[in-house]
Design a protein around this ligand. Structure first.
Ligand code: CIR
Length: 260
């Protein structure tokens, strides 16, 4: 089954969540509301079959709730720790390393001069799109591609450095199943995506492009009714989640968990 997950690692936002990095101008997040939205997200993961490991909030790293960026896991196969492109996030990896090592005996790592945020990594079955971004450099992408190849997983890079409005590749692309992507207009014609069916996120709903397929449902942000209708028309059951406080910090649904 595509996106078959039984485990998820999460970390609630710390009290100083508003001190994290952001490029959007949507105002400061409210931490209590963010905690409530995070709790609802965890509840949805649990209802859809994931056993949750919750790491303690860590105010040394205000962006540490975005655990997805710090590791990539091939369920049942292997795990690799990333080397986040933002220096303020580098220290987040240590706690994730411990959590991941509870499940995988051997854990690889991206090393200097490579940088990689796993928000730039979009898995579509046995193929992976790797975004080269302001966070992920070519060296990081090359190291990941070599690691994936050891598991027989192919990959292609997508340079998003000139694509406005997205921090990470997955801010603009979601794999809905093995052949189908949900994608923003700006990426829909990229050659690396041409072998896949592409559903375009409607105008004005670009934030909704960051969904997560979890077992039998698609997690999608609340407030994007045209995207919801599009997904339902293609047969997907939806779990609609409030993400407003995370959106203020450039975060999407996928960033809040490491799934495997
Ligand atoms: C950052 O700028 O690193 C965080 N404020 C947001 C990270 C979001 N992660 C993701 O899209 N995978």
């Amino acid at each position: 089954m595509f996106a078959h997950f039984s485990q998820a690692i999460v970390r609630p936002p710390a009290r100083n969540f508003a001190d994290g990095l952001t490029t959007v101008d949507l105002g400061a997040p409210d931490v209590d509301r963010a905690l409530a939205q995070h709790a609802a997200y965890c509840d949805a993961l649990a209802r859809h079959g994931c056993a949750i490991t919750t790491l303690p909030a860590d105010d040394r790293y205000p962006d540490s709730t975005f655990v997805e960026d710090t590791a990539l896991i091939l369920p049942g196969q292997g795990a690799i720790l990333t080397r986040p492109g933002a220096p303020s996030r580098a220290g987040e990896v240590a706690a994730i390393r411990e959590a991941v090592m509870a499940h995988f005996a051997e854990v690889a790592a991206i090393v200097a001069p490579g940088t990689l945020d796993a928000g730039d990594v979009c898995e579509i079955g046995r193929h992976v799109l790797i975004g080269v971004s302001l966070r992920t450099n070519q060296a990081g992408a090359d190291q990941l591609a070599a690691w994936l190849a050891r598991y027989g997983v192919s990959s292609a890079t997508v340079d998003i450095r000139e694509t406005p409005g997205i921090l990470h590749l997955k801010s603009g692309v979601t794999a809905l199943d093995e052949r189908r992507l949900l994608v923003i207009d700006a990426l829909a014609s990229h050659p690396a995506l041409s072998g896949f069916e592409r559903l375009r996120v409607p105008a004005g709903e670009a934030y909704a492009a960051n969904c997560v397929r979890v077992n039998d449902v698609v997690f999608v942000a609340a407030g994007y009714p045209v995207t919801h209708a599009l997904l339902r028309a293609h047969g997907y059951a939806l779990e609609i989640l409030n993400m407003q406080e995370f959106e203020k910090m450039d975060g999407g649904l996928s960033c809040l968990s490491l799934r495997f």
